[in-house]
Design a protein around this ligand. Sequence first.
Ligand SMILES: Cc1cc2nc3c(=O)[nH]c(=O)nc-3n(C[C@H](O)[C@H](O)[C@H](O)COP(=O)(O)O)c2cc1C
Length: 209
Amino acid sequence: MDTSNSDFYSYSPSEGHGLPHDPFNAIVGPRPIGWISTRSAGGINNLAPYSFFNAFNYTPPILGFSSQGRKDTLRNIEETGEFVWNLATLPLAEAMNQSCAMVAPEVDEFELGQLTAVASQRVKPPRVAESPVSMECKCSQIVQLQGADGTRVERWLVLGEVVAVHIARRLLKNGIYDTAAGQPILRGGGPADYFRIGAEQLFLMRRPD
Ligand SMILES: Cc1cc2nc3c(=O)[nH]c(=O)nc-3n(C[C@H](O)[C@H](O)[C@H](O)COP(=O)(O)O)c2cc1C
């Protein structure tokens, strides 16, 4: 139902947005990309991007992403309790995109994207050698999502504690991590929108005393 006045377009999502594209993703964005590597119980590596992804806690550090349906990544984490997050960067954009292809579980997406799987230190799934930052995670919770009325949906929030971090030394300037130098790519809305970050987007603002 469009309850618009002249200045605002308003709708209730349960009744449909009534627009050519759902604006939800475009508004809550751009989002960092969870480029998640896992390994099946049978030892097959898997790699896939998840943009319903973010950091949720400092101590212990916790990352999370949501699986829209039951996918190989979710199944592997249920089986093994482990995953690795890799930073998706501008030079790796094509490879990241390749890794979202719908392929059979026995296909290793590292090979698909011509990426190198490097052994992790604390978990079995490998990290992406070409990515300048990776975080090894142990799954802490898997939560099936539900609506406000308690109706469960086929969506799962996967949370993991970061147990090891790898940062390319070139991204540490006098020991400070340089976000822009990492050239992260972020996901906007629609079928194809991505954003990049450069030093020109940086501005400083301290919290009030
Ligand atoms: C940039 C990007 C972001 C994505 N975000 C999500 C997401 O948040 N949740 C999801 O379920 N699928 C997402 N997908 C689709 C999955 O990557 C795709 O379904 C993939 O095949 C899943 O791989 P898997 O079965 O190996 O886990 C995204 C794809 C792209 C390219």
